[in-house]
Structures are given as structure tokens and as C-alpha cells.
Design a binder for this molecule. Structure first.
Ligand code: ATP
Ligand code: MG
Length: 379
């Protein structure tokens, strides 16, 4: 689908920002570019949609040399999320999202519908449609930047550190949403990141760049197992590479299938009683169909003892979950990074399937290289 042949870029002044890059990207692939600041990631992206012209080499999309296409038309077919968000301040959110659909002359009704549908993807309601960028938080603006790239359903999307400015929780949910989206829509995505965890989680293949050159290309597993050289090793090591027993790959293979649960209609004292019996300090709240709603813990109950009587009034719904089929490796990272004691495991319909606890990870994390700053690691 996308092919780079001996692509180089020399900026004025003679600096070689990109040096003879060869890369073949298949349709539907999710490619992450990763490398230190200044290694040529943005330059490479911008050559793909001709915001920057290569000094030498060729780029093909679906077999066609992009230099032989009209650059404006080319860009309309390629979604692009720039590194600095880049919303137009004088346009509403809807106008910002619908930029390309408008250029493509979609009717107003369809544009609006598409914009609302996209907002929903990132948990933002239609009330944002008529707002202006300055009325949104930085993280929300960044989400709009991502949505804009998706709006006209381009087959190829370039994303330059699209989640960089988001808080970890939002980033995590957007990453997941995005990965799902990519699987269903079968888009080809070239994604730049500084964050190795993000690359490992999202990418089908990772391209590691250094000083304008490709150091290694491979699936996350290939790169984790066989780093090409010290540079790659350091890049991974620095990001706290975690190896788990290879035969345990998926969360469901090791989750505890009997988490302690409570329904919303139980009283706070019943909840406390249950915690005592089961020797746990937190309960997962589920409905009659065993759909996970949230959690309560001792602290929440203690704080609300006088104000509330049943679990339904006090439980928190802001909690991380992982899917049954998720890779254990990702889950381990999540738990360690967030300092969580456990993560509930759910199926596609959000039914509670089990939990993975921090303590249970002791058994599976047998060889890890910890960064100094990782004091979360107390197992
Ligand atoms: N317009 C320009 N003129 C001259 N040099 C440039 C220009 N744009 C980028 N460079 C240089 O080219 C190199 C690659 O820049 P690029 O923006 O592609 O890096 P990057 O990998 O995206 O970095 P970051 O992670 O900081 O975004 C850098 O050394 C940069 O200083
Ligand atoms: Mg950049």
C-alpha cells in the first residue's frame, strides 16, 4: 500500500534529516515510528503527504508515485494528525472535524452526523459541536485533532504523536479505542510516538529510527526478543522491558475467576461484612447480568458512611479494565505503571470475567529490567 524507496531529505544547510529509508507497508498495517527527538520522524511523515518534498528517493501509494499526483488531492486522501494539534481557532469543533468532508462536498446533514458519531468515540457529547477550540481542554483538543483525521474515512492515516498531551487514563482509553477502530476499519496507519509502551501496544510493526536512518523494523515481539543492537536495547530497557513466561500470553489464562462482587442494592454494612468475610479491601460492583459497573473499597464506604446507605449511591465507575483476550504483557505494564492492585477482566459486553492481581504477577514476571524510577514495583 505504502512504499518508501531510498527516501532522503537534506534540509538547507546540508543537514541530512532522513537518510535513504526503505520501507514497505501493507494495507491495514499499524506502523509505529519511534526514535529520539530529531531523528527524522516528522520529516518522514510529511514526505508521505508531500508537505515536504524528498531530496531523493521515491514514495508510492497503491503503486502510484506520489510525485506524479496532485498534492492537494493526495492530502485529502490521507488523514493527518499533526504534532501540535492544529485546530483552527475561529472554527467550531464541528467545522474543525468536518474540514475534509466539506472539501469533499458531503452534505451538511451527513457532516454533522459524522462529527457527532466521532465525538462519541472519545466520550464527548454533541454539545461540543458548536464550541470553539479554546473552550476545550488541551486533551480534548487533541482528541478533536485525531477525529479530524478520521472524518472522511481515508484509507491511510498519518499521526504524529497524537496522544502526547493526554493524561494517562485518557491516553489509554483512546489507544484502545483506536486499536479497535483500526481493526474494524482496516486503515493503514503510520503513527509516531516517543513512548515504547504505546508502540508495543498499538503497532503491528515498529520502525526504530536513529539520526535519520532505520535501525530496526519488526513486530513488537521480534524487537523485544531480538533487539538489533545496543541502541535498541537501551531504548527498550529504558522503557522497562518486561518478559513474561512465553506460554502465558493472554490475560484469561491467568486471571482469578472468582472475584468478590456485590450488587448496587446491598447496604454499606453488608458490603463491609462481605469484605471481612472474604478478606478483601475492595469489591467489584456488578448488576444482575454480571455486567461490571465499578467498585467500592473500604475508604469510599468509610467516607460515605453517614451520607449513604446502599452501594449504588457510592460506588466509583472510573476504573481500568482489560479484555479477556488482551495480552498479558500489556496488562502487566498497566498494573505496574498505574500502581494498581488489580485490574478487572471483562468480555466484549463488559461482563465481569475475573481479575488479575498484582500479587499474582509474581508468578509470571520472572525476568525484568526495572528502571530506577519504578518504585511502584513492590511485589
Ligand atoms: N525546516 C527545517 N529546516 C532545517 N532543518 C530541519 C527542518 N525541520 C527539521 N529539521 C531538522 O531535521 C531533523 C529531523 O527533524 P524531525 O522534525 O523530522 O524530527 P522528529 O524525529 O520528528 O523529532 P521530534 O521527536 O522532536 O518531533 C532535526 O535535526 C531537525 O532539526
Ligand atoms: Mg516530530
Amino acid at each position: 500500500m505504502l512504499k518508501l524507496e531510498q527516501v532522503s531529505k537534506v534540509y538547507k544547510g546540508g543537514k541530512k534529516a532522513v537518510n535513504s529509508i526503505d520501507l514497505d507497508i501493507a494495507k491495514g498495517e499499524f506502523i509505529c515510528f519511534i526514535g529520539p527527538s530529531g531523528c527524522g520522524k516528522t520529516t518522514t511523515m510529511k514526505m508521505i503527504n508531500r508537505l515536504i518534498e524528498p531530496s531523493s528517493g521515491k514514495i508510492f501509494i497503491d503503486g502510484e508515485n506520489i510525485m506524479e499526483q496532485d498534492p492537494v488531492e493526495l492530502r485529502r486522501k490521507i488523514g493527518y494528525v499533526i504534532q501540535q494539534i492544529g485546530l483552527f481557532p475561529h472554527m467550531t469543533i464541528q467545522q474543525n472535524i468536518s474540514l475534509v468532508p466539506k472539501l469533499l462536498k458531503w452534505p451538511e446533514e451527513k457532516r454533522k452526523e459524522r462529527a457527532s458519531e466521532l465525538l462519541k468515540l472519545v466520550d464527548m457529547g454533541p454539545e461540543y459541536l458548536d464550541r470553539y477550540p479554546h473552550e476545550l481542554s488541551g486533551g480534548q483538543q487533541q482528541r478533536i485533532g485525531v477525529l479530524r483525521a478520521l472524518a472522511a474515512e481515508p484509507p491511510l492515516i498519518l499521526m504524529d504523536e497524537p496522544f502526547g498531551a493526554l493524561d494517562p487514563i485518557t491516553r489509554d482509553s483512546l489507544q484502545e479505542e483506536f486499536k479497535k477502530l483500526q481493526r474494524t476499519l482496516n486503515k493503514t496507519i503510520v503513527f509516531v510516538t516517543h513512548d515504547m509502551d504505546e508502540a508495543i501496544k498499538l503497532a503491528d510493526r515498529i520502525v526504530i529510527l536513529k539520526a535519520g536512518e532505520i535501525v530496526q523494523v519488526g513486530t513488537p515481539d521480534e524487537i523485544l526478543r531480538n533487539p538489533a543492537n545496543e541502541f535498541v536495547e537501551e531504548f527498550i530497557g529504558k522503557e522497562r522491558l518486561i518478559q513474561t513466561r512465553p506460554e502465558i500470553e493472554r490475560v484469561e489464562q491467568m486471571m482469578n475467576r472468582m472475584p468478590v462482587t456485590v450488587t448496587a442494592d446491598k447496604t454499606l454494612s453488608q458490603a463491609i461484612q462481605l469484605m471481612r468475610e472474604k478478606r478483601v479491601d475492595s469489591l467489584l460492583v456488578v448488576d444482575e447480568q454480571n455486567v461490571l459497573k465499578g467498585y467500592v473499597d473500604v475508604e469510599i464506604i468509610d467516607q460515605n458512611r453517614k451520607k449513604a446507605s446502599v452501594v449504588g449511591e457510592v460506588y466509583r465507575s472510573d476504573m481500568y479494565t482489560v479484555q479477556k483476550g488482551a495480552l498479558l504483557r500489556d496488562t502487566v505494564r498497566k498494573i505496574l505503571k498505574q500502581g494498581m492492585k488489580y485490574v478487572p477482566v471483562v468480555d466484549e459486553e463488559h461482563h465481569l470475567a475475573g481479575i488479575v492481581t498484582r500479587a499474582s504477577l509474581v508468578d509470571i514476571v520472572y525476568d525484568s529490567i526495572w528502571g530506577e524510577e519504578n518504585q511502584l514495583m513492590t511485589i
